[in-house]
Design a protein around this ligand. Structure first.
Ligand SMILES: O=P(O)(O)O[C@H]1O[C@H](CO)[C@@H](O)[C@H]1O
Length: 292
């Protein structure tokens, strides 16, 4: 029913080992850049970068605004890896393939994943340019059985039935709100629920109205699959949406969603996004490990 590709532990391990042999950076934080947000990688110091095409087992970026480079370096002294380009269901990859980087990062020792995305604003109070801290998600492809954990469970990654009610780390959400306030971003800082669809067609008016009624504040075509796999591996997750366009909810509206507007809004907010992510990384507490 869906493209088939189980991600085998040995393949992920081989890629993690290959990357570890190419760079001495041992990232604790992974940052995934949303559409047009590749500039987040420019914040890293002492960069070592790889094109996806040169990394064993890695998919290729096919979408404008996703460069297709994995960048290692330090941010505020913390070792990080940044995905300059993510993978989406509509590119034709199996859902297990688009989330493969999460498993590779986990095997490399990453503890915290920061995901960013561009999204349409369903919440009528939201404006273009708002930054929404994601507190929860609605996984529409998951309702139809397209979940990245479908298939045999490998216990070396995580448990068969992972909990998702704590998917988005509450302390990091609060820290991001504090950081945003300190930076003077209060006027465009929001919290809300992100809904993922398969894309690539943008939503109809009826679909936007339905998603809003279902409790979603923003809609996009990414992130949730990565969050599920990252949580399955036990990594801590923080995610934000940049509201790049207002979802069309009204039959009298002349507005039409388009990727150019998405990329342009991302470009206009790139410096604030960079400041927010770098201050968050600077201030986040390392994960406390309990040794029994
Ligand atoms: O979620 P990111 O990767 O930011 O991209 C968003 O922007 C594209 C649509 O313009 C879609 O791919 C949507 O998911």
């Amino acid at each position: 029913m869906f493209p088939d590709s189980s991600t085998c532990y040995e393949d992920c391990k081989a890629t993690a080992e290959w990357l570890k042999a190419q760079t001495s950076v041992r990232p604790l934080v992974a940052i995934v850049c949303g559409s047009g947000m590749g500039g987040l990688a420019d914040m890293l110091k002492d960069q070592v970068a790889f094109n996806y095409k040169d990394i064993p087992n890695f998919p290729q970026s096919t979408v404008h605004g996703h460069a297709g480079r994995l960048v290692f370096g330090t941010l505020k002294g913390r070792p990080c890896v940044c995905m300059q380009g993510r993978f989406h269901l509509y590119e034709g990859y199996a859902i297990q393939k688009i989330t493969l980087p999460m498993r590779i990062f986990s095997l490399m020792g990453v503890e915290t994943v920061i995901l960013t995305n561009a999204a349409g604003g369903l919440n009528q109070d939201f404006k273009v340019g708002d930054i929404m801290i994601i507190k929860d998600h609605v996984n529409i492809p998951g309702f139809a059985g397209n979940n990245p954990l479908t298939g045999p469970n490998d216990d070396r990654f995580g448990v068969r039935f992972p909990c998702m009610s704590d998917a988005y780390d509450r302390d990091l959400q609060q820290l991001a709100l504090d950081v945003g306030q300190e930076l003077g971003y209060g006027d465009f800082l929001r919290e809300g629920v992100y809904c993922v669809l398969g894309g690539p067609s943008f939503e109809t008016i009826a679909e936007c109205r339905m998603l809003h009624k279902l409790g979603a504040d923003a809609v996009g075509m990414s992130t949730v699959h990565e969050v599920i796999v990252a949580r399955h591996c036990g990594m801590r997750v923080f995610a934000l949406s940049l509201i790049t366009n207002k979802s069309v909810m009204d039959y009298d509206s002349e507005e039409k969603a388009n990727h150019e507007e998405v990329l342009e809004t991302s470009r206009l907010r790139s410096s604030q996004l960079q400041k927010m992510v770098s201050n968050l990384v600077n201030k986040m507490e390392p994960i406390k490990h309990t040794n029994f």
